[in-house]
Write a protein of this length. Structure first.
Length: 287
């Protein structure tokens, strides 16, 4: 089932640029010398993308764009949808057209999809682990350079939500900012002087005493870093709905349920993007 929070696909221009870079890396100056040497230019083939393990799909548009970039005559037909859970052996997509184009685009398409499906699958595991609580699983900026938009899209495919996209769209004051600014009050005052009316301000705290200080400044979100479930419960009670509460720091599949049951609004998980295993997908020719 596609998560209701999945909104739209990736911008086509972003996909085209990323695919072009990936193909340039793979083809170099000489092109696909194996395929060109062994497969007749006239050969036509059909193949299937299939899941070799259970998982959640993400990246179909990127795979499709890969084959278009290699040879516009290759037709990519999605069978599954981004955000859909599949079982081992399920067909995800079919592709047919010039065999050379299919073979040349195969690895780039699989690399994108394997990475994105892996993130979506891990995200779904975290989302499933906190079902019945009010908490929402969100990602972080711990992403692969150049692929942040793709990885954050994959998080949405898995039923999670995105934290800030980069340094430009929200203010997050962390401990080092507070030290460099000369204190919490100075850091918040500086943030307020620069933030537009649509820009949220979030502050990280490590202790309940720091939380009390933050509450006096009435920011939008408080990030409760590396707190125990008991500390989180106390923090949520102190906040009393005055601002959003976000738990962060070393969150695992084993610990996330207890964190969610403490009553926080958000749980940010760096592992969604920096530690997700690649989902095993394969492309096999038919006939």
């Amino acid at each position: 089932m596609t998560p209701s929070g999945l909104s739209g696909s990736l911008p086509q221009g972003l996909i085209v640029r990323a695919v072009a870079d990936a193909l340039a890396e793979d083809l170099g100056l000489a092109g696909d010398i194996t395929t060109d040497a062994t497969v007749p230019a006239s050969a036509i083939a059909q193949a299937v993308f299939a899941a070799r393990k259970q998982g959640v799909i993400s990246g179909l548009d990127v795979a499709a764009a890969t084959f278009v970039a290699v040879d516009r005559r290759v037709v990519f037909e999605a069978v599954a949808r981004d955000g859909e859970r599949v079982e081992a052996g399920d067909v995800v997509a079919r592709v047919h057209g010039p065999a050379r184009g299919i073979l040349t685009g195969e690895r780039v398409a699989l690399n994108f999809m394997g990475r994105m499906c892996g993130i979506a699958t891990l995200t779904r595991a975290y989302v499933d682990a906190i079902l019945g609580t009010k908490a929402v699983i969100v990602d972080t900026r711990k992403t692969t350079p150049g692929l942040r938009a793709f990885e954050k899209y994959a998080v949405r495919c898995g039923g999670g939500m995105n934290h800030r996209v980069g340094l430009f769209d929200a203010i997050l004051i962390k401990d080092n900012h507070i030290v460099a600014a000369g204190g919490l009050a100075a850091a918040i005052a500086g943030a307020r002087s620069r933030a537009g009316h649509l820009v949220k301000i979030e502050v990280e705290v490590d202790t309940l005493a720091q939380l009390d200080e933050v509450m006096a400044h009435k920011v939008d979100v408080v990030l409760l870093d590396n707190m125990t479930p008991a500390q989180l419960t106390a923090a949520v009670e102190r906040v009393g709905g005055a601002m959003l509460t976000e738990a962060s720091g070393g969150v695992s599949l084993e610990s996330v349920r207890g964190i969610a049951e403490a009553g926080v609004d958000l749980i940010s998980v760096g592992a969604l993007t920096h530690s997700a295993p690649v989902m095993d997908l394969g492309l096999d020719f038919e006939g």
